[in-house]
Write a protein that binds this ligand. Sequence first.
Ligand SMILES: [Cu+2]
Length: 140
Amino acid sequence: MRRRLWVLFAAGLAVLVLTSAACSSGDDGSTGGGATSAAGGGETQTSEAPTGGGGGGGEPDLKAEDFQFEPTELSVASGDTIVVKNDAPSTPHTFTVTDTDIDESLDPDAEVDVKIDLDPGTYDFMCTIHPQMTGTLTVT
Ligand SMILES: [Cu+2]
């Protein structure tokens, strides 16, 4: 009887030691996990940014700068909202999608959200103030 108690006690101790060891290694693990998920979050943000600008902040989907659009070829899902930024410090531009209702004024150094409410297809866009600023919008 006495021996059995001692065995139980020893077993309990072993469990305690194992548990605390597991806990501390679990802490290490979660620290590593945090770093991993932070990196993962970064990757997620990067992959979201070109897609839609839904979260706000970050890079605009389209920029007007140096009297040209960047990029000049843009692909957007129908119904998505894109962020268009005028990077010029003092020159107004427009984001005008030819033969559609989309005709946004872009004040200098400002950005606007533009909902792409267009059927899938390929559209030309331009700045009506500087008609040499053109690009191609593909709606999917
Ligand atoms: Cu312009």
